[in-house]
Ligand binder design. Sequence first.
Ligand code: BT5
Length: 325
Amino acid sequence: VNEKRKQLLSILLKNKGKYVSGEEISQRLQISRTAIWKHVHELKKDGYQIEGLRKQGYRLLEASESLQPSSLTPFLQSTWLGHQIHLFEETASTQLEAHQLARLQAPSGTIVLAEQQTQGKGRLGRPWFSPKGSGIWMSMIIRPQIPLSHVPQLTLLTAVAVLKAVHKATGVKLGIKWPNDLLFEARKVAGILTEVNAEPDLVHYVIIGIGMNANQEEKDFTPDIQHIATSLRLAAGKKVSRKALILHILEEWESLYELWLEHGFTIIKTLWESHSVSLGRFVTARTVNGELAGFARGITDEGVLLLEDEQGQVHKIYSADIETP
Ligand code: BT5
């Protein structure tokens, strides 16, 4: 993004709703009136509502809700995450795009966003419903130097980061259902899909997919998920800003990740446990090998769920769907 445009935007944002004179902008940015006019023109094309009056200058009425990299980048607080953003109007899946970019050596922290996915995917090849414009469909390319066995921790870390971001951006409090669901009143708001490209001893890259229902209304959900899904808009009772959510997610994710690299999993685990709605209750785990009912004791450092059956025997659940009675 053009540096002058970024500075102009920051001046207008600080004075949101109030006029800033052309002269003042021109002096502060050391650019001509014509240059200011051109930057304003570009900002408007990006979706910013800016009013210009010859005698008074310019004022920003509404910031842009566009997910164009040029309207996200100026607000990014993270130091490396999201510094490269690719936005697709429509794609099969941001996971596929991210894999392709990763193979082409895209740097760690590269983000792929889509307005709509036509073949959004969940775990085990399940479909992820990703209608146009109403959700956050995002994949992050991360290149951590960690053993393969630590990768599941990233899913749990992501759940905590997204939950914190949602709270900051909308005030909505979500709960985490092991391993990767974010719920509001027992309905799914967001899911996380972690995919990895690795050799047994070396992780090449991890692609973390986040799918979050932001502004859907009840009628927007397909009949098969209408009773299990909800959106932040429905939870908050008003429209939410996808842009603010994305910015918060990137910020929270980066800071938790750095905490994790430096101090290990313990802090993340504690945070995860404190927001979990699966632990400390009787649940049924549906795995590819069948069903197992028991008391959810906790998780291990590998992100494995510990389930104690009626005989008191503790089972390690690596992958499953959890149901509470
Ligand atoms: C997940 O899988 O929850 C992981 C979802 C990850 C989606 C993101 S979007 C960006 C990136 N690109 C992709 O292609 N994927 C990632 P899982 O736990 O398997 O849950 C899938 C199940 O959730 C489905 O079988 C449905 O029952 C339900 N579901 C599908 N779409 C949903 C939606 N929009 N909201 C709530 N539930 C949904």
